[in-house]
Design a protein around this ligand. Structure first.
Ligand SMILES: [Zn+2]
Length: 405
């Protein structure tokens, strides 16, 4: 593993020094390096891919003016393709080729859940990653073609809920997917961390360890809630043959990019903490891969001005007047909950731009009637959220047996 890290870093350095960006030149260098150091050549191909992508991310950050240190891999690890290892699903034995004629093997615990995932039809093991504390198998499988949608759920992502509309052929309904327990969990953990930091202020070593533990615990709790939520939500969409439209977060300028002197409202430390700990990207990531898994069509909409536009007359309000729980249009008198209104605009853009959604129309007049009590999509009541299992994308197991270096 130490050798593998060296290989990756050597390739990375080569790429950055020569300014080469292609996979080909990276893997050529890595192969030679592996040959000189008597490593399996196939390892070099994957290591080169990692190095190329690290170098690319570094260059992108530099281009965008985001501060970026020269990247290198700190932890010892090994990632490799199926040609160089063998995994026995029954015993959990993994054999990895190190160099010609030399193999190493170790055992991992295979839980029933892992076994089930691995034996699903169409699932193929794509890569193996061994790091100091875990072993992960990356799986690949075919995803079903998205079905032609018969309705659309358009949502804007907010701190405590996703709000928007359900557009079906029979009408438009205001809708809300709530997760107010997530900011609550985050507040609990934030307060706990602050108390810990104060209490252990005299011992930085202990403080750091305890704080890290708290952070991990919080992340796991939030992520597990999100998994339950996204899985349930996508299953409902699938049952109703609905498409999903969300705002494309990558088009929102990140707060980091705003340097001193840049325009934008001043944000206090509390608001900044809330915004940066807000797991909307994780939520979107889960929704995206689960939608693909279930064949649910998902569309990303440019969120530019969704919170300021009037969906009825298209009038754009000045950013200053945005504050307040209700959106009110000065030209036509349209009034709606601010968060719902942003979701309506996401839906409006999706219906305008996406050909598959032809035939669906936004019915704004029916909307304001029931906007006071938005419901969970396609449901009569709003009770949801606690039951169901977690979905994990990759198989993990603690490594046991002899270390492999
Ligand atoms: Zn208007």
């Amino acid at each position: 593993m130490a050798d593998y890290r060296l290989l990756t870093n050597a390739t990375l350095r080569y790429l950055l020094e020569t300014g080469k960006t292609s996979r080909g030149s990276g893997s050529k260098f890595a192969r030679n390096w592996a040959l000189v150091n008597h490593m399996t050549g196939q390892h070099a191909v994957v290591a080169a891919e990692i190095a190329v992508s690290l170098a690319r991310a570094h260059r992108t950050r530099l281009r965008k003016g985001i501060p970026s240190a020269i990247p290198y891999v700190r932890k010892r690890f090994l990632r490799t393709s199926p040609t160089t290892f063998h995994f026995d699903i029954d015993t959990g034995r993994v054999r990895v080729s190190l160099r010609s004629g030399e193999w190493c093997s170790f055992f991992v615990h295979v839980a029933p859940y892992h076994r089930e995932r691995l034996q699903e039809p169409g699932v193929r093991i794509k890569q193996l990653q061994v790091s100091e504390d875990r072993v992960a198998l990356f799986l690949e499988r075919q995803v079903p073609e998205p079905y032609p949608p018969s309705s659309l759920v358009a949502l804007d992502t907010n701190e405590r809920s996703m709000d928007g509309v359900v557009v079906t052929s029979s009408g438009t309904e205001a809708t809300r997917v709530e997760y107010s327990d997530i900011p609550q969990i985050q507040t609990v953990h934030f307060l706990r961390r602050r108390r810990l930091a104060r209490k252990k202020a005299h011992d930085r070593r202990v403080a750091r360890r305890l704080l890290r533990k708290e952070g991990t615990r919080e992340r796991h709790r939030v992520r597990s809630r999100l998994h339950v939520l996204s899985r349930r939500f996508i299953e409902i969409l699938e049952r109703h043959h609905a498409a999903l439209a969300l705002e494309d977060l990558s088009r929102v300028p990140s707060p980091r990019r705003r340097g001193p002197g840049a325009r934008g409202r001043w944000r206090g430390p509390q608001l900044r903490r809330r915004l940066s700990s807000w797991p909307r990207r994780e939520l979107h990531r889960q929704l995206e891969y689960k939608a693909q898994d279930h064949g649910v069509p998902i569309y990303w909409v440019n969120p530019y001005r969704t919170s300021m536009t009037c969906p009825r007359c298209g009038d754009i309000r000045r950013p200053r007047s945005r504050v307040g729980p209700m959106f009110t249009c000065e030209s036509c008198g349209w009034t709606l909950d601010r968060q719902l209104n942003a979701g309506v605009n996401v839906g409006r853009t999706a219906l305008r731009d996406i050909a598959e959604l032809e035939g669906l129309r936004l019915d704004l007049d029916g909307l304001s009637e029931d906007a006071r009590r938005p419901r969970y999509p396609f449901e009569a009541s709003t009770g949801h959220g606690r039951s169901g299992g977690k979905g994990r994308e990759r198989t993990q197991g603690a490594s046991e047996g002899e270390p492999c270096e």
